[in-house]
Ligand binder design. Structure first.
Ligand code: AMP
Length: 304
């Protein structure tokens, strides 16, 4: 089923306890698209970069089945830039720099070929752009999943709440969920956020897994204990790409299937953190992904 993703396509500079990178390719949409491409193709994207963004990176996306007709390249402007530093636990980080650059004036234009998309991933970027994208689609997608982060809660909360009213699933981390709801206990947090619009809520807990809420139902996906965690950047977006990619490929939005999608998303995120940036997402095989999903099945499976 057709999948459209929006979000940032960006330069990132990262610092983790294991090393530092200068500007590398990142952005929410980049991670979402690469991850989803292992489940469904093409992945259509609507995003913006400056003319400092390398052609080879756009080519790389194309080679992974990402359709870049909706990627605008703005002459004379700079791409979105984000820099972050991870703490020793690798679960928390500080944002050092957010330079919106080309994102500040982004007008999301949806190519005709992307209209009628059935699955829409509103990846992390300006809430107003998320809203405009939804409004510009002639028919409402079957499923709309949204991601966001504390940065937007701080500067654009009203817009963010407007988008929330229109989405089916929200995926955020525990700290952001608490910030958005003003509640600490996750059950209460979830109920409050679901009252803001999304019928389904995913609360990501980094190396401690993810929770899926819908009505009174709750499901937990663990995170795989890994030998090596190099760089958590993009794990949340990679998770979201795997989640919606799996749902689009199976074209089943039931809660039971969302549970499976949560595991596939978690499996994709577990690959992402093993190397810096997008590196680990570039050469995965279906066999590797299936084998990792089986590790999740063994990790959490038990009988009573
Ligand atoms: P994650 O680790 O999944 O939260 O995503 C990290 C990615 O999000 C990086 O590649 C950044 O380029 C991108 N990013 C960071 N801050 C923002 C923001 N305020 N809006 C959109 N994307 C962002």
């Amino acid at each position: 089923m057709s999948l459209l993703a929006i979000g940032t396509v960006a330069f990132d500079a990262l610092e983790t306890p294991f090393g530092k990178t200068d500007k590398i390719i990142g952005g929410a949409c980049t991670y979402i698209a690469l991850s989803a491409s292992y489940f469904t193709k093409p992945v259509n994207i609507v995003a913006v970069v400056g003319d400092d963004f390398p052609d080879e990176s756009i080519q790389l996306l194309r080679e992974h089945g990402v359709d870049t007709e909706g990627l605008q390249i703005k002459a004379g402007e700079k791409s979105f830039f984000w820099s972050g530093r991870y703490h020793n636990d690798m679960n928390t980080r500080d944002t050092l720099v957010t330079d919106l650059n080309v994102l500040a004036t982004f007008d999301p234009i949806i190519p005709d070929a992307y209209q009628n998309c059935e699955y829409l991933m509103l990846g992390n970027l300006t809430p107003q752009v998320q809203l405009t994208t939804l409004e510009r689609l002639r028919t409402r997608p079957k499923l709309v999943v949204m991601d966001t982060m504390n940065f937007w809660m701080e500067i654009a909360l009203d817009d963010l709440k407007r988008v929330l009213q229109k989405v089916d699933v929200l995926s955020i981390n525990d700290e952001e969920a608490r910030q958005l709801s003003g509640e600490y206990a996750l059950r209460k947090t979830a109920r409050k956020i679901m009252g803001m619009g999304p019928k389904t809520l995913i609360i990501k807990k980094g190396e401690h897994g993810a929770l899926l809420f819908q009505g009174d139902e709750v499901f937990f996906a663990p995170a795989l204990p890994l030998e090596e965690v190099f760089d958590p950047t993009g794990a949340g977006d990679t998770f979201a790409g795997g989640f919606i990619g799996y749902l689009a490929a199976t074209d089943d939005t039931s809660f039971e299937n969302m549970k499976r999608a949560l595991i596939y998303g978690s499996a994709m995120a577990s690959f992402c953190v093993e190397k810096f940036g997008t590196e680990r997402l570039l050469n995965l095989t279906k066999e590797e992904i299936d084998a990792r999903v089986q590790q999740f099945v063994r990790l959490a499976g038990f009988t009573v």
